[in-house]
Design a protein around this ligand. Structure first.
Ligand SMILES: Cc1cc2nc3c(=O)[nH]c(=O)nc-3n(C[C@H](O)[C@H](O)[C@H](O)COP(=O)(O)OP(=O)(O)OC[C@H]3O[C@@H](n4cnc5c(N)ncnc54)[C@H](O)[C@@H]3O)c2cc1C
Length: 216
């Protein structure tokens, strides 16, 4: 474990040896994750939806349609979780099975982003998350901007849990005749497939993704 918890409610209690609070480490996980699962309380109960996102060192930006119920409810408080699954960990009993992972939980009260300059920054940050190709796109039109709600969740209260390594078996199972070990999960982007109406060659930032086949 590194650094101090950022708040009481983001202090990991269960499995505290896997806790991580270092800002740089947490930002690295957030930058690697493709999807955030965003949870809110709504008038008809809790709701968790997967969403695209982008992060600066200070905030997580989320966006969607003006009518998006989660983003509307979100201004009352949200919890956003990003999970990177790195492998299955098979022990000698199902009780000790687990997974290797890196996950970040961000809790807080987002603000609605209304400043036009910041809204463009937010859309660029979300667009460039994972692959930086904002400058290869037509800029958003006035009507597209009007149709988009953007919120900024401060990265002031967050925690991570990171598990790596082999299974931990009980002493009683030391000589038990069962296989145990890890099944690593490797996620990679494949080579981009150009659409028939593409008006330009594959941008280098996109071409590099398929070549590099990075683990996320
Ligand atoms: C891919 C994956 C699969 C999992 N499967 C299971 C499962 O099947 N059963 C199970 O019990 N647990 C599972 N976990 C662990 C689970 O996420 C919780 O950490 C655990 O259940 C403890 O919950 P708690 O409410 O007691 O946490 P507490 O330790 O009481 O939570 C307190 C605070 O710790 C932080 N925190 C808790 N969990 C995480 C996390 N995963 N990442 C970042 N911050 C966290 C949050 O800020 C939270 O508010 C899984 C985790 C991952 C990443």
């Amino acid at each position: 474990m590194t650094a101090e918890p950022m708040s009481q409610r983001t202090t990991v209690r269960r499995g505290a040896s896997h806790a991580e609070y270092g800002r740089a480490e947490l930002l690295a996980i957030l930058r690697a994750g493709p999807v955030a699962h965003v949870g809110v309380n709504t008038s008809d109960g809790p709701l968790v939806l997967p969403m695209a996102y982008g992060v600066t060192t200070e905030v997580m930006y989320l966006h969607g349609a003006l009518a998006n119920s989660l983003l509307k409810a979100g201004t009352g408080g949200v919890c956003a979780t990003v999970t990177l699954l790195d492998g299955l960990v098979i022990a000698k009993t199902s009780f000790n099975n687990t997974m290797n992972y890196r996950s970040v939980v961000v809790r807080g009260t987002p603000r609605l982003v209304t400043d036009e300059a910041e809204r463009l920054v937010a859309l660029r940050v979300i667009t460039n998350h994972i692959v930086a190709n904002w400058e290869h796109l037509r800029p958003p039109s006035e009507s597209e901007l009007r149709a988009t709600r953007i919120i900024a969740l401060p990265l002031d209260e967050m925690s991570a849990k990171v598990r790596t390594g082999p299974p931990v078996n009980d002493d009683v199972d030391a000589d038990a005749p069962h296989w145990c070990g890890e099944i690593p999960l490797v996620s990679a982007w494949a080579a981009p497939v150009t659409a028939p109406d593409a008006g330009a060659p594959v941008p280098s930032s996109i071409a590099a993704m398929g070549r590099n086949a990075t683990k996320h």
